[in-house]
Design a binder for this molecule. Sequence first.
Ligand SMILES: NC(=O)c1ccc[n+]([C@@H]2O[C@H](COP(=O)([O-])OP(=O)(O)OC[C@H]3O[C@@H](n4cnc5c(N)ncnc54)[C@H](OP(=O)(O)O)[C@@H]3O)[C@@H](O)[C@H]2O)c1
Length: 277
Amino acid sequence: MDKPKLAFIGGGNMAKSLIGGLIDKGFSSRCISVSDPVKRNLDQLNRKFGIATTSDNSIAAKDVDLIVLCVKPQILESVCKELQASLNQTPPAISIAAGIPLSLLMDWLGEDTPIIRCMPNTPALVQSGAAGMFANQKVDKKLRNLAEEIFDAVGLCCWLEKEEDIDLVTAVSGSGPAYFFLFMEAMEKVAIDLGLDQEISRKLIIQTVLGAAKMAAESDMNPSELRSCVTSPGGTTEKAVNAFLEGDIMGLFNKAMNKALERATEMAKEAENNTHN
Ligand SMILES: NC(=O)c1ccc[n+]([C@@H]2O[C@H](COP(=O)([O-])OP(=O)(O)OC[C@H]3O[C@@H](n4cnc5c(N)ncnc54)[C@H](OP(=O)(O)O)[C@@H]3O)[C@@H](O)[C@H]2O)c1
């Protein structure tokens, strides 16, 4: 696709980070437009990125190669239906709305519309996101490449084999940042209780998380092997790790991630029921 034209529908946090990532990677601002009801938001987007802005979704979506739906899940149905009603042909779309299945998106945008469902995560806001994507049968190779370009610009993305895997991605990387924030919160609390300065504790913990992630990203070893390498027999790390294992940390992860998965599946069902009522 030569210089594809993109329209972002909804100019909030996710749209801002995706647009910023694309422009940083050399995507032309002349090929991007955005629509949002809030003028202040639009002016800010125009000043920051030099992109075209409008408060009319159908103007933004007219004659583009792809629309990226960046509105909250609750208003996605009305936004999609409005686009379908006002355009002769709805452009291909990517939806990042949590819990809205392709079947509904196709109902709202048209059965023949190429649609990609994507589950990004919050570190996309700092260009370190992890996203899982699944495409309907109408999506061709060029569109897949464009979707990859968009989500690689703010981190990395993977294609999934089946749509249900989006719920798994939600439980793994979608909710995942909060799991690590919880660890950091717990470590900081204990460090302070043990007498370490709060500012120093936070700095050391953040750097430790970054360092561990970097080692895991750059090493050929799996996390279990990496853990063995930093755990000397009879040492301090072994004592701490054994305490985690005795407290059934593996069981807790199993429970927590299954709960997240259950909720993601439930949310998709709720979205379907709400539209059929
Ligand atoms: N943030 C994340 O990390 C994350 C992760 C995974 C998935 N997502 C998904 O990404 C989507 C966007 O999330 P976000 O965090 O970017 O939300 P957000 O910051 O609230 O952005 C949504 C934007 O859409 C605007 N909007 C409201 N009604 C609209 C309409 N009818 N037409 C066009 N724009 C409209 C909102 O304006 P107002 O503020 O005036 O309402 C707001 O600027 C959601 O579906 C969410 O599920 C987000």
